[in-house]
Every structure is written in structure tokens, then in C-alpha cells.
Design a protein around this ligand. Structure first.
Ligand code: KG4
Ligand code: ZN
Length: 340
């Protein structure tokens, strides 16, 4: 039976976002994220700078999350934190902070797998958003991850496909860098893609067996294409930027949809949930909607603030684990390569 009036604080610090969230039963009361702007100048996340920024942000972010939720720390029932996967220096900040707070308040500590959290974000109570039924397929697409997971229950998950090199967000960001766009380039490519012709330029899709992905070859293909064209016409990028962005996005979406088609064929499961920063992409959202008509899929896209890195997804996992009495000990350690 569902216990009532449970308040849990979730803490996320696996990459470059310091985040804290308070959940009351299944409903989010606050969801605070401090995004580290410092990495923009470097065109990617600098781990050393990320951990320093987490150290600076963590107390104010947690304070704000409690304040927005209008509760005091003494009302909390447990502290949930991201144990991994992620950058070790970043994970250590959230892990140490969560341990100390749980110890000080004498309440349970709950360790959370960041990848499971991206998937279980679909179980946050939110008006207008339906929850997927078990079993379903979850595709997690972001700057750090690209996975297809078979989800049989909250904690029975099997990775059935993943990238063997770059994540899909990196394919967007690295292509953007080649084109001279800012970091991260995903949103800008998305915006420009809407104004361009997706079939203007053709990029070959990587050939990877089964449900795995590969994006490093794609990035190289974009680089060689641009170098060749710019040699012939120095203004090539400026004159064709929207068409280039549309063609890049079209190819990436094609790669993702092809694998989803194969995954549904192999598993017989047609309920598909997506998560991670790249699920904000308007093209992928449209392609999933089209899949509902074309392939009889039922698709689930969470609220935007729960799909990029956030602590609400950590808090919901904390709540589900709390109901099962699944707590961590104080000697738990962060794990950069934690698996599902
Ligand atoms: O989940 P997230 O905030 O952080 C992690 O990487 O874990 O995802 C960030 C990634 C970046 O690669 C960014 O370019 C991409 O998500 N992204 C997008 C869009 N919005 C964010 N990619 C394509 N289209 C978008 N609209
Ligand atoms: Zn993530």
C-alpha cells in the first residue's frame, strides 16, 4: 500500500548541472537546476571546473529547493542522490553532501542510478502526462548517453542497445562545432533545421549491427564534407547553414528511428518512452508522433524540465526505493561507470 506524506530530497551532480528537488509522494514540489555556463567557452564540459562549480552551487541549490517546496529539512524522510554514472569529481560532491545531510538529520540515504532515473522520470505525477505501462522500451538520448532499455518493472531494466562510441548529443554538438555554432549546438541545429531542406545533403548512416549505435564516424563524415565544400566555396557554410543543419538532423533522426523500429520488432513491445536532452529535439518528437500512425507505437515524452539532467528524476527514484525500503549504507561510494 502507498505510504502517504513522504517528503524526499533528490540531489543530482553527475555532469555539469547542480540540481536539487523535493518530491511529496509522487508529485514534484520544487525542481532547481544551476546550469554551469563556464563550459560554453571551452566547447564542452571541463571535469575539473565542473566539480568546483558543484562545490560552489550545492548548498544554495539545496536551500532553494527546500524553500520553494516550503518545507524545512527536518520534514524530510530521506535523501536520494546520484551515485553514477558520470564524472567522478562531480559525483563526489553530491554523494558527500547527501551522506552528510542524511547523517546529520538521521534519516535514510538512497543511492540512485542516473540512467534509471532518466527512465523513471516518466513516473512523476504530472497533469497531462501519461505513464508508460510495463513492459516498455526507453530510449535515453543526451550529450552523455544513447541507450535503448527494455523496462519490465521499476527496477528490472535491461540495456538492449547502446552507443559504442559518441552519444547522440555529441553528434549534434560536434557537428555544430564544425559549423562554428556555439556549445551546446543541439538547440541551434534544431532551430535552423526547421528553416532548411533535410534532403539537401546526404550523409551515410553508420552501419552497426543489432541495436547498438555509433556516432563517431558520422561526425567525421560531416567534417570531411564541410572541408571539401569549403575548399570549393569559402562561403559554403554561411550560404547553406539551414540546409546543412536540416540534413544533419534528418540523418541523426533516421538512425534513431531505424533502431527503434528494430527494437520493437525484436521485442514485440510498442510502448516507447524517451528521455535525455536530445528528446527536446522537435524533429525527433515529430518522428515519434509519426511512428504512432505508421507503426502503431504509443510514445511517451516527459515534461521538458524532467528530461534534461535534473534532480526531480532522482527524487522520484528515491520515492520508489523508499516505498521498497531500499536504502544505502553510509559507506556507499560514487561510481563513474555504474551500469543499469
Ligand atoms: O540531458 P542533457 O541536458 O545533459 C546530458 O548530456 O546528460 O543533454 C544535453 C544534450 C546536448 O548535447 C544538447 O546539444 C542536446 O542535449 N540538446 C538537443 C536539443 N536540446 C538539447 N539536441 C538536439 N535538439 C535539441 N533541441
Ligand atoms: Zn543525463
Amino acid at each position: 500500500m502507498k505510504e502517504q506524506n513522504i517528503y524526499i530530497l533528490g540531489i543530482e551532480s553527475s555532469c555539469d548541472d547542480t540540481a536539487a528537488s523535493v518530491i511529496h509522494n509522487g508529485k514534484i514540489l520544487s525542481n532547481v537546476v544551476a546550469t554551469q555556463k563556464i563550459h560554453e567557452a571551452f566547447g564542452g564540459v571541463v571535469p575539473e571546473l565542473a566539480s568546483r562549480a558543484h562545490q560552489q552551487n550545492i548548498v544554495p541549490v539545496v536551500h532553494q529547493a527546500l524553500k520553494k517546496a516550503n518545507i524545512s529539512k527536518e520534514q524530510l524522510h530521506a535523501i536520494a542522490f546520484t551515485r553514477g554514472p558520470g564524472l567522478m569529481g562531480s559525483l563526489l560532491v553530491g554523494t558527500s553532501f547527501a551522506k552528510s545531510l542524511a547523517y546529520g538529520l538521521d534519516i535514510p540515504l538512497i543511492d540512485v542510478n542516473h540512467m534509471q532515473a532518466h527512465i523513471l522520470a516518466h513516473f512523476i505525477d504530472e497533469d497531462g502526462f501519461k505513464k508508460p505501462p510495463f513492459p516498455f522500451l526507453a530510449m535515453t538520448i543526451s550529450g552523455g548517453h544513447t541507450q535503448i532499455v527494455r523496462v519490465d518493472s521499476y527496477f528490472k531494466m535491461t540495456v538492449i542497445g547502446e552507443t559504442i562510441d559518441d552519444a547522440v548529443g555529441e553528434a549534434f554538438d560536434k557537428s555544430g562545432k564544425i559549423l562554428g555554432l556555439g556549445y551546446p549546438a543541439g538547440p541551434e541545429i534544431d532551430r535552423r533545421a526547421k528553416l532548411g531542406n533535410p534532403k539537401a545533403f546526404k550523409f551515410t548512416k553508420p552501419k552497426v549491427d543489432g541495436l547498438n549505435f555509433s556516432f563517431s564516424g558520422f561526425k567525421t563524415a560531416v567534417l570531411y564534407f564541410i572541408q571539401r565544400e569549403v575548399k570549393a566555396n569559402p562561403n559554403f557554410i554561411a550560404e547553406n547553414l539551414n540546409d546543412i543543419c536540416a540534413s544533419i538532423q534528418y540523418t541523426i533522426i533516421g538512425i534513431l528511428i531505424d533502431k527503434l523500429k528494430l527494437a520493437t520488432k525484436e521485442t514485440g513491445i510498442t510502448h516507447i518512452a524517451i528521455g535525455g536532452g536530445v528528446s527536446a529535439n522537435s524533429g525527433i518528437r515529430q518522428a515519434l508522433k509519426d511512428g504512432e500512425q505508421k507503426f502503431d507505437w504509443t510514445t511517451y515524452v516527459p515534461k521538458f524540465e524532467f528530461t534534461t539532467d535534473n534532480a526531480a528524476m532522482i527524487a522520484i527514484v528515491g520515492y520508489l526505493k523508499y516505498l521498497e525500503g531500499d536504502f544505502a549504507l553510509q559507506d556507499v561510494v560514487a561510481s563513474a561507470r555504474l551500469k543499469i
